[in-house]
Design a protein around this ligand. Sequence first.
Ligand code: GGG
Length: 379
Amino acid sequence: MARTFNIVCIPGDGIGVDITEAAVQVLTTLEKTFGTFNFKFDTLDWSSKKYRERGYYAPEGGIEALKKYDAIYFGAVGWPDVPDHISLWQMILPIRTTLNQYANVRPTRILPGTVSPLSGCAADPSALDWVIVRENSEGEYSGHGGVTPSSAHAAHTVATEVSIFTRAGIERIFRFAFETALTRPRKLLTMVTKSNAQRHGMVLWDAIFYEVAKEYEGRVKYDKMLVDAMTVRMVMRPQSLDTIVATNLHADILSDLAAALSGSIGIAPSSNLDPTREFPSMFEPIHGSAPDIAGQGIANPIGAFWSAAEMVRWLAGADGASNSEGIVQGGGVGNMVQAADCLMQAIANVTEKGVKTRDLGGQSGTKAVTDAVCEEIGN
Ligand code: GGG
């Protein structure tokens, strides 16, 4: 009998709505084709429009209620008439922390039939094949700090933005990153820091990295980069990188750069994982709501499809056992790993045939790309 997974979709704003609809179509095609699993979708309208109407995105208790689902599929958040820090702090950031989604995994590679702006990758697209592991629960996005306005002189207003790094938070993301590197072809982990200028949290980050590295000695190669030098290395020597681990802010920025170097931010996926599987994980393309092209039928749905494939792959391990780090691995529900592979192959076939949106240099709209991917899945 087919196993049912309860998925909650939060399309959010702008093209988040367009691409979530496309992702549901693709996931529905996948379940029909494979027949061993089903998705039961609920949809929540936690959008900027709702925020303007009623004063909140998620209702009270709404984020807690997400715990009953097997996974969360998220579109995009943000609209010009709501300050971005409100939309982020009312929804996406509290979802990640409430549901223990401390590992944000962002793979990047160049899809067939697409062109990287890196000239070196024209001859060898496999030179760019990275996974960025982003610390997703603390650091620069801790939300601590405040503003002290000056009633006498506006120029004397003081604001602080406090980064919080905890030993527990650092250790667990490094272990997750080393475990990820173990699964990768080059088995290389690059740790990104800024410990020359930031002398407290980043120095602790460095020290704990070398402690955890000892556990993986001989199994994973590793090195360390300052974040500014890392941007240069990504552009100049992409083939020298494999798995990358960085703080919440650094990895947020580096993953946008990575996506652009692979051809378009429109193709880039992300998984917000609770590696213990106590709570549902959340899957979302890394791009934002793109108000300039929202509702026009031209958004690139590939980042959404790749995120959907990552969700299927994650759900495939639903019955797995945890390793000594509490990271649940293996499992294998029905043939869901094959289904995830099938979706990724369908995406690659479609881009290779030139069915691409404008950001990738093509002429196709969201629907044409979606229909083409569904057809490939069925073939
Ligand atoms: N689909 C992802 C999205 O809406 N991103 C908007 C954004 O700015 N996210 C910040 C973050 O991922 O921390």
